[in-house]
Design a protein around this ligand. Structure first.
Ligand SMILES: [Zn+2]
Length: 128
């Protein structure tokens, strides 16, 4: 189960990416991938938590593993088809307006998935 702090970290990461301040390293720096990093009996990553009980909230929302058919795919597609040719960096950080918009869409999507599927109260004021 993710904590409120982990949710904030993931949201903050995508805001950072949209501002060109943080980088996307795929599963290597995804809070959700770290939590839901189990593999099935055939050794395939299956977006479940270690005890194979809970699915990643993004997989729950999309019905697919590995962020397929989510805004992450649109981000990645733009990165591969456009930015990779210039920067030779598939993931990385936002370098154009489309990158910024796609990173913010991903941020909203992750936020929604976590709130919806893990029961976070979106109206609660964050305290620290
Ligand atoms: Zn771009």
């Amino acid at each position: 189960m993710l904590t409120e702090k982990q949710k904030e970290a993931e949201v903050r990461k995508w805001i950072g990416i949209s501002h060109g301040l943080t980088v996307d390293l795929g599963g290597k720096n995804c809070t959700l991938c770290k939590e839901y990093d189990a593999t099935d009996e055939d050794g395939w990553h299956n977006c479940m938590n270690a005890d194979q009980i809970e699915h990643c909230p993004v997989a729950k929302e999309s019905g697919m593993n590995d962020c397929a058919y989510t805004p992450y795919g649109k981000w990645l597609k733009h990165r591969i088809t456009t930015e990779n040719k210039i920067t030779h960096e598939v993931r990385g950080t936002a370098v154009c307006m489309e990158c910024r918009v796609l990173a913010l869409i991903e941020m909203h999507y992750v936020y929604k998935c976590i709130d919806k599927h893990l029961g976070f109260n979106r109206h609660r004021v964050a305290t620290r």
